[in-house]
Write a protein that binds this ligand. Structure first.
Ligand SMILES: NC(=O)c1ccc[n+]([C@@H]2O[C@H](COP(=O)([O-])OP(=O)(O)OC[C@H]3O[C@@H](n4cnc5c(N)ncnc54)[C@H](OP(=O)(O)O)[C@@H]3O)[C@@H](O)[C@H]2O)c1
Length: 248
């Protein structure tokens, strides 16, 4: 498939590398000048493209940029992109980093992103940490394969997203509609807790509406209070225990 990725940071670069290794034709963009972008793209096995060109003649577009950056994208960016193109979004909202955003209140993060882009998105790759995505993928049916949830309103596009997730080494669980996607936002039991498919399904069902922001902020407080930057294992432990109710 032809895939355009916007953002070559922690998540976008891993996705570009894994998906081009899986045989897809990948092009990438970021905010750098074209010479720097070309160097980055080559190292990822991808082609460099401008923001305008990265969304042209592709089957899938993956946005992997900071949550606060969407509002500043050109309003007509996806205007000529056919409806059959799957638009995927990996983003998460952290107020301490992204600030207060007009239009977010009362919506799930993905509903806000869909409204900002003017197109429905599939929320995916948001509830897996960079380290996990890079190092913990397994072959299909291998024991202990970690799962990622996929939320959205278009079943065909969710299937496309699930296939890509599989190719990066992870199982998927249906996260429901975009309106339900709060169940996989930061601070929920499903968020970056490295669960297999059965456990992730339970975690999504166990999420309690309205609780996640306090848990999310408590997790960040614990990370900041760590003497050293916590390891992946420590972060998973903190995510799990805080979501289970240990806010201190
Ligand atoms: N890090 C994680 O563990 C993790 C896990 C799951 C989901 N997420 C979410 O996924 C998203 C990306 O996270 P990340 O950690 O990969 O972020 P990151 O390392 O900060 O990378 C962000 C990328 O977005 C690019 N970018 C920013 N504004 C842009 C614009 N207007 N046009 C084109 N490119 C733009 C940046 O370009 P430059 O390189 O030129 O600066 C950079 O390549 C975030 O919303 C984050 O919350 C992160």
């Amino acid at each position: 498939m032809k895939i355009g990725i916007i953002g070559t940071g922690a998540i976008g670069s891993i996705l570009a590398k894994k998906l081009s290794a899986a045989g897809h034709q990948v092009k990438v963009t970021n905010t750098r000048d074209m010479a720097t972008l070309r160097e980055i793209a080559t190292n990822l096995g991808a082609q460099a493209a401008s923001l305008e060109d990265v969304v042209k003649e592709v089957d899938i577009i993956i946005f992997s940029i900071p949550f606060k950056a969407y509002k500043d994208l050109p309003k007509n960016l996806l205007q000529d992109v056919p409806q059959k193109v799957t638009i995927m979004d990996t983003s998460n909202y952290y107020p301490f980093r992204d600030g207060q955003l007009t239009g977010l209140e009362g919506k799930t993060e993905s509903e806000y992103i869909s409204q900002t882009l003017g197109r429905p998105v599939i929320k995916v790759f948001n509830n897996i940490m960079e380290y996990t995505l890079k190092h913990k993928g397994k072959a299909a049916a291998e024991e202990g394969r970690i799962a990622i949830s996929v939320a959205g309103d278009n079943e065909e596009h969710k299937k496309v997203a699930a296939e890509l997730v599989d190719q990066t080494g992870f199982d998927t669980v249906d996260g429901g509609s975009l309106a339900e996607s709060w169940r996989q936002e930061p601070g929920t039991p499903a968020y970056c807790t490295e669960l297999d498919a059965a456990a992730l399904k339970e975690a999504l069902a166990a999420a309690e509406k309205g609780k996640a922001p306090a848990v999310r902020d408590a997790v960040m407080g614990k990370f900041q209070n760590s003497k050293l930057f916590p390891s992946n294992e420590e972060m998973v432990t903190i995510n799990r225990s805080t979501a289970a109710g240990d806010l201190k």
